[in-house]
Design a protein around this ligand. Structure first.
Ligand code: PEP
Ligand code: MG
Length: 313
């Protein structure tokens, strides 16, 4: 199947009934852009900006950032490129941002919380993004990580608009944001679900800790119910809801996520072919039925088995 998918023609992501499901790339630096395009990425659904900061002892300058963002955007003329503002803290510590020595960094000053506490760094990042946007023709979307309240959503969207960022959204990777997704999407232009952190926070199991790694399964119906909440909010507000966590790279789970209301899927470029081939086998009605079957399960393994049973009939 994998070989079949790899040799299939590269077409835009779609279901069997023609419903478009744009397939986007997760990238960690502009260097991966050319390969992503070759593998059929229709744009970028998550550009992680940490690479610019992680090796540095101080924040990169606006000029350094502008150069990197321009290189990225220039690789996707006319295409959507979702850039995430710096996600520092917890699994991505930064010496010049996170010096708090927290006992529980995943629950601490991370993501947007950390940048808000060092707002000059956030403002510089938005400045560089706006300048790169003006110099290129990609469709730039900007989002903040680790947003856990409606107020943070308002804060980030208002700040991004100060820099003339046209499309500003938030990541949904904390249960509170999923549960209030209707209010969040009333204020943001889009949401993107980060299933890695959403799973970590829903199951209360550190994603980096081997002893609890069995909890880190996005098939868990508790996670799927939260995704359903965000999907429903997307439909009722008419706003896009993307998925950019690892879950989107699992072809059967991708079908479930679309059935729950995801309007685009972003993944490591090497996963695009398999997901593209699998989506083409199912209509949106099928996807909804598969999702419904997974949702009724009591645990991750039975959610997967329920979904598998529907599609093998
Ligand atoms: C996620 O949490 O699912 C996500 C996409 O972000 P990261 O893995 O970078 O935390
Ligand atoms: Mg995350």
């Amino acid at each position: 199947d994998r070989e079949e998918a790899a040799s299939a023609p590269i077409t835009p992501g779609a279901l069997a009934d023609g419903t478009a499901v744009p397939l986007l790339a997760n990238l960690g630096s502009p260097d991966g852009a050319a390969d992503a395009v070759k593998l059929g990425a229709e744009g970028v659904g998550l550009f992680r900006t940490e690479f610019l900061f992680l090796s540095a002892s101080q924040a990169p300058t606006v000029e350094q950032q502008r150069e990197a963002y321009t290189k990225l955007l220039a690789a996707f003329p006319g295409k959507k490129v979702v850039v995430r503002t710096l996600d520092a803290g917890a699994d991505k510590p930064l010496p010049f941002l996170n010096d708090a020595h927290e006992e529980n960094p995943a629950l601490g000053l991370r993501g947007l919380r950390a940048l808000r506490a060092s707002e000059d760094i956030l403002r510089e990042q938005l400045t560089a993004l706006a300048e790169a946007d003006a110099a290129t023709s990609a469709d730039l979307w900007v989002m903040a990580p680790m947003v856990s309240t409606v107020e943070e959503t308002e804060y980030f969207v208002a700040l991004a608009k100060e820099y003339a960022i046209k499309t500003a959204g938030v990541m949904v990777e904390v249960p509170s944001s999923a549960l209030l997704a209707d209010h969040i999407l009333a204020r943001a232009d889009f949401a993107s679900i980060g299933t890695n952190d959403l799973t970590q926070y829903t199951l209360a199991a550190d994603r980096l800790l081997g002893s609890v790694s069995s909890f880190q399964d996005p098939w868990h119906p508790a996670v799927l119910r939260l995704v359903r909440e965000v999907g429903a909010a997307g439909r009722s507000t008419g706003k896009p809801v993307g998925i950019c966590g690892e879950a989107a790279a699992d072809p059967l789970l991708a079908v479930v996520l679309v059935g729950l209301g995801a309007t685009s899927l972003s993944m490591a470029p090497t996963a695009l072919a398999d997901v593209r081939a699998t989506l083409l086998k199912y209509t949106f009605d099928d996807a909804q039925r598969v999702a419904e079957a997974a949702l009724t399960a009591t645990d991750a393994a039975s959610a997967r088995a329920n979904a598998q049973a529907i599609v093998s009939h």
